[in-house]
Design a protein around this ligand. Structure first.
Ligand SMILES: *Cc1c(COP(=O)(O)O)cnc(C)c1O
Length: 222
């Protein structure tokens, strides 16, 4: 992609966010666009940085460790979000590298993240990932276990700011986004990480504060 393509795609996503926010009577700047650059090399990321994008998402700790330190020396104001499943043995690396973690989904990970934060002094913002469709194969905390996990995370001192979910594929996502928004309200959490390339409009209408967009910005992944 050329720099111009990237700038145009970025502008198009911002236009979608603005339109959806307007429809819901929300301020467009209450929505953070996370550019999900997983699988994309630095050369694909640079044009978006040149176009002014500063918030990026990765789903694997090791891949992010390989790509981002070099880019960050040139763009120190980059904010990096982990949007994928996190193994407890990678918690310390994740705490060192990321500014936000959208994948807190079980008590053992709460313990590992709390220990890593205690040790490093860094405190990346945490989202509890909810398995909002209660799908057997999917990551995320079962809806029924959210209150207990949230209590544990707060007791451990994690800076939990919101909920994150990926709704079931191939069905209307609105009911799932609405349920996640309700759960966040019930638990006094201001952050709602929901909405991807195909459904960010619906997510913003239903209250998303962070949308995670890969394909619509970078093109299809291999
Ligand atoms: C890959 C990924 C995205 C981005 O998905 P697109 O459909 O490419 O926009 C968002 N969230 C998570 C958790 C992802 O793994």
């Amino acid at each position: 992609m050329t720099d111009q393509d990237s700038a145009a795609r970025l502008a198009a996503i911002h236009a979608r966010i603005r339109a959806a926010a307007k429809q819901a009577d929300r301020a467009p700047d209450s929505v953070t666009l996370i550019a999900v650059s997983k699988t994309k090399p630095a050369e694909a990321i640079e044009p978006l940085l040149a176009a002014g994008q500063r918030v990026f998402g990765e789903n694997r700790v090791q891949e992010a460790q390989e790509k981002w330190p070099a880019l960050r020396t040139r763009f120190p104001d980059v904010e990096l979000h982990l949007v994928g499943q996190l193994q407890s043995n990678k918690a310390a690396d994740a705490v060192d590298l990321f500014d936000a973690i959208h994948a807190v989904d079980r008590p053992s990970l709460v313990t590992a993240l709390a220990a890593a934060m205690e040790k490093s002094g860094r405190r990346p913002a945490c989202y509890i990932q909810v398995n909002i469709g209660d799908e057997p194969q999917k990551g995320g905390c079962p809806v029924a276990e959210l209150p207990a996990l949230l209590t544990a995370a707060r007791a451990a001192g994690l800076p939990v700011i919101g909920l994150m979910a990926v709704p079931p594929l191939g069905v209307e996502p609105a009911p799932y986004f609405a349920l996640l928004a309700k759960l966040a309200r019930d638990h006094d959490l201001p952050g709602l990480s929901m909405g991807m390339s195909d459904d960010l409009d619906t997510a913003v209408t239903l209250g998303a504060t962070a949308v995670r967009v890969g394909t619509a910005l970078f093109g299809a992944r291999a």
